[in-house]
Every structure is written in C-alpha cells, then in structure tokens.
Design a protein around this ligand. Structure first.
Ligand SMILES: [Zn+2]
Length: 312
C-alpha cells in the first residue's frame, strides 16, 4: 500500500461551497450586490492572472464594481462558494472578443492557461481557478437541453441548468479518468512502466498510462482494460492512491497502482510512441537517460514520486 505523501495540485480549495444556499434567492441576490463579493473571470477557458511573465503568477479576482461594468447579470455566472465570509462567483467573459481593455484598472494582467502556471500558483488560487474554469466550461456546453433541444436556464446560483421546454435538470459533469503506475517484480528488481504518448508536447517526456472510464465499468476494470489496450499487459491488485481535479476540460483523475506478472510489452502504435520498464534508480536519474518525467503538478508525477519513496 503506497500512500499519497502530498496533496495533488488543484486540491485544497479554500471555498465553502455552501450548496444548501444555492437555492436561497435572497442570499444569492444579496451576494451579487455585496461590494465584498469577488468574481473569477474565465475567458475562452483561460484564467485572469498577473505576474505570469515574471514567473510569479497570481490569480486576479474582480470586484463587484468591475463585474457590474462587464455586465455580470447578462453573462454566464455561478456561485462557487464563500472564501471566509466573501462570496466568490465565476464569471464567463468568452463572448467578448477581448475583455482586457475593460480590465485596464487591474494593471498588467493577462488571460493565461491555468495548466501552464499551476505549479507556480498558490494552491488555494489554483484550486479556485480550476473550479471556475470547469464550471463555466460545463455551463457553456449546456445551453440547450440534451433531451428535447430547447434552451436551458440557470438555477441554483448557476450550478444547475433547467430546460425551459421539458423541465429536465442538467447538473455539472465530471468525467472520470484513471491514471496508473504499473509495476512488475519479474526478473528481480521492481520496475515501473512509463510511456511516451503522441499527445505529449515534450518530445522526451515519459509518463504513466491513463484513460477514460467507460459506461458500465468499474475503476479497477478501466485500469486493467486501458493497460491491456495500450501495452498488452495483464494487471492484478489494482490499488487506489489519490485523485486530482482535472477540469481541462471536465475530468477528475483517479490515481492507481497495479501489478503485472509478465512484463512483455505490445505497444499500441495508435496510442503510444513507446513504452518501457524503468527501475527506481533509472527514474531517479531520468535526465541522464535524456528523458523527462511528467510535470511536478501532475498526479502522474505524484504516483511516480511516491513509488520511488516506497522502495530502495
Ligand atoms: Zn428539454
């Protein structure tokens, strides 16, 4: 059993989600008029920050005055929760061609992809920005009912969409994805399986296997199926490690370890460029192989680091 030794990025939200207050219209209206309330702008899936170019990014939350000037009432918005006693809303500005001129009062700010700077942001800020981004992504893709095609209207402070035609309620979606470090003791020293995917932007990066859970499938079955599909290896003893919100655009990553008895690999060339078994010593000195491990803010890296810590 390998325990998670550190929290994953995008966790540790400072918000109380106050879900019981979302249907309290007076509470929500008062918060939408409260000068202490804060608004997390999302523009075309990007988050508002300053200090990005200096390598010290911080989230920029808008005041009520700025949100009103941007027309908050007529734009998609949703209550995320309370930060201390201040309400925090997400506000989608994607309909604007360029909202930055209207934000000139906030200094040298930019809309940035959260993933590019998550490792540098304070964890609480990364978590709130991820929450806002994920919720607004869902909102923008549920403007119409999947049952009858009529328009949907927000309810529950923007956290539910209700069809104006048939009344169906649509709730925020999170798609589960499994991510797993497969290990094998065959042939002596224990080794871990890392692969290089066509999707990886870094040419030399090797990471754990991952894939989406399918309908009617348990998490353990998804782990076993994905491993077999991608590298032709049968696994047993699938064990949960930790999870990570991954609203890029709408997933949660569920981290596992699994054991293989037979290390023979049959790599699926459609999915992967390469897959290899590495000893702990090799992974600890990965750069000397000319290879890179996944980014420090990823659950893949957490799975690898915790496995390295668990053995000689
Ligand atoms: Zn409908």
């Amino acid at each position: 059993m390998i325990l998670a030794r550190a929290p994953n990025a995008y966790t540790r939200s400072p918000l109380d989600r106050v879900s019981s207050k979302r249907d309290d219209a007076a509470f929500v209206a008062a918060r939408l008029a409260d000068p202490a309330s804060l608004f997390v702008p999302v523009w075309q899936a990007k988050s508002l920050m300053r200090g990005v170019e200096a390598g010290a990014p911080e989230a920029v939350l808008l005041t009520l005055e700025a949100a009103v000037a941007l027309g908050v009432e007529t734009r998609p918005h949703a209550l995320l929760g309370l930060w201390g006693d201040r309400a925090v809303f997400a506000l989608d500005l994607s309909a604007e061609a360029d909202p930055l001129p209207a934000l000139a009062g906030f200094g040298d700010v930019s809309f940035t992809d959260l993933r590019q700077v998550a490792g540098l942001l304070p964890p609480a800020e990364a978590s709130v920005l991820a929450h806002a981004r994920g919720l607004m992504h869902w909102r923008m893709r549920h403007r119409f009912c999947g049952v009858c095609g009529a328009e949907c209207a927000p309810r529950s402070a923007g956290n539910v969409m209700v069809c104006t035609g048939c009344g169906a309620q649509h709730f925020p979606r999170t798609d589960p994805a499994v991510i797993m470090l497969v290990t094998c003791r065959a042939g002596g020293e224990e080794r871990g399986l890392l692969a290089h995917s066509h999707r990886f932007p870094l040419v030399k990066m090797y990471s754990t296997l991952a894939g989406f859970v399918e309908p009617g499938e348990s998490l353990e079955e998804a782990v076993a199926r994905e491993v077999y599909e991608e590298v032709g290896v049968r696994v047993r003893d699938v064990r949960y490690h930790s999870s990570q919100p991954w609203p890029f655009p709408s997933s949660i990553m569920l981290g596992f370890y699994a054991e293989a008895d037979d290390p023979a690999l049959t790599v699926d060339p459609e999915e992967l460029k390469d897959a290899q078994w590495f000893t702990r010593a090799q992974m600890r000195d990965f750069e000397s192989l000319g290879l890179r491990l996944p980014r420090v803010d990823s659950i893949a890296r957490r799975l690898i680091e915790d496995w390295l810590e668990a053995g000689p």
